[in-house]
Design a binder for this molecule. Structure first.
Ligand code: ACO
Ligand SMILES: O=CC(=O)O
Ligand code: MG
Length: 355
């Protein structure tokens, strides 16, 4: 384990110095595209500015026969596109796959200056991050890359969840974590067959009126529970503790925009900063959900104004506000300011708020 003395030293001579703080760049939607799919790839330049992150996916959902075409397609798109305020990320193949070494040795020299974050799938422990960290430093040094490429781990194995804190702490490159509910469900041997979201069988049922057979068999209210609550909450705490960012992952039922919005909102309320988008129609949902509402910002600003120097307790609309609720409001106000800086529509909406 590296000590505090050498934690921020570059891992290769000539590699850029690691960042001491991970910038809070808006990343409400990480939009996945398959660079080997010509129709999809052709849409990417026009999506710049409409989404916070564009991610060229090289891993699952790209056919084995298309792995090289996806890698080359991503290089082509990155070299020929001005991404402006939109971040460019990639998801490389898993570390035990036959493709990942070529992914990294091709992408870093070719487009390392443009790549903001590399998402690493199926991370099991700190050793996986250490491997990527050192290799990236060597490749950055060789290619003369000026800024460190950040690393994002997908939480999609039971061992990865058990090792979550050491993964977050493994490198100053760690930018964040995403929940990978599909692979995680398989690895945990959960009895689901879906990509993210809830399940109607995972529920609690209202008690019967009595223990008579009639009452037991009578209709009772049922409440579907969130299969992902534990893992998301665990991820949020680990990320907050290490100064990095948590994200929900994929929601595979593209047609069910309502349940998708619910899943995204649960993640937002619990502390996630963004989510994945698999289809263009999920971008608008993510942007809406992961931007504080005008009503919330209005309330937050009123609390900030009412709290004066930030200490003590006040009553506002019949509710007690104090230092702790003020801190929550400041999280919202700060996020609104970050988003307003890149989203003119949101800025206009927040600017129009009267308190
Ligand atoms: C568990 C995991 O690992 S999740 C992460 C991996 N999975 C992914 O990355 C999936 C990415 N998304 C996709 O592959 C596709 O969106 C699919 C397969 C889900 C659906 O694709 P389609 O059936 O073509 O969707 P649909 O017909 O609604 O597409 C409408 C248009 O949007 C385009 N489109 C679809 N998805 C995307 C995308 N992710 N990015 C850009 N454009 C897209 C299509 O090319 C199509 O274009 P057209 O109108 O010019 O024909
Ligand atoms: O990669 C994502 C997942 O859910 O698996
Ligand atoms: Mg996966």
């Amino acid at each position: 384990m590296r000590t505090s003395k050498d934690f921020f030293r570059p891992l290769a001579v000539g590699a850029p110095a690691p960042l001491r703080e991970i910038p809070a760049r808006p990343s409400r939607a990480i939009h996945f595209f398959d660079p080997s799919n010509e129709k999809m790839a052709a849409k990417i330049p026009a999506m710049v500015g409409t989404v916070d992150v564009l991610l060229g996916n090289l891993e699952d959902a790209v056919k084995a026969d298309n792995k090289v075409a996806a890698r080359e397609g991503l290089v082509r798109i990155a070299q020929s596109t001005d991404f402006g305020p939109t971040q460019l990320w990639t998801r490389i193949n898993s570390l035990d796959s036959p493709w990942v070494l070529d992914d990294l040795t091709t992408l870093v020299p070719a487009i390392g200056e443009k790549l903001d974050v590399i998402m690493v799938p199926k991370v099991q422990g700190a050793e996986d991050i250490h491997y990527v960290d050192r290799l990236l430093a060597q490749l950055e040094a060789k290619a003369g890359i000026s800024k460190p490429i950040l690393v994002h781990a997908i939480l999609e194995t039971a061992r990865g969840v058990a090792n979550i804190e050491e993964i977050c702490a493994a490198s100053p490159r760690m930018q964040g974590l995403s929940l990978g509910p599909a692979d995680l469900a398989a690895d945990r041997r959960m009895k689901t067959t879906r990509v993210g979201g809830g399940h109607p069988g995972y529920l609690v049922r209202q008690d019967p009126a009595s223990s008579s057979e009639d009452d037991i068999n009578a209709p009772r209210a049922i409440f579907q529970q969130d299969l992902w609550h534990y893992t998301i909450a665990r991820m949020v705490d680990a990320c907050a503790m290490h100064g990095i960012y948590p994200y929900y992952g994929p929601f595979g039922d593209i047609a069910d925009v309502v349940a998708c919005e619910d899943q995204f909102r649960n993640a937002f309320l619990l502390g996630c900063v963004g989510t994945w988008s698999l289809h263009p129609k999920q971008i608008a949902i993510a942007n809406r959900v992961f931007s504080p509402s005008v009503e919330d910002i209005k309330h937050a600003r009123r609390v900030v104004a009412a709290m004066g120097d930030g200490t003590g307790a006040v009553m506002l609309d019949g509710k007690m506000e104090d230092d702790a609720s003020l801190k929550q409001c400041l999280v919202m106000v700060e996020l609104a300011e970050q988003l307003a800086a890149i989203d003119p529509e949101l800025k206009a909406a927040y600017d129009a708020i009267e308190i």
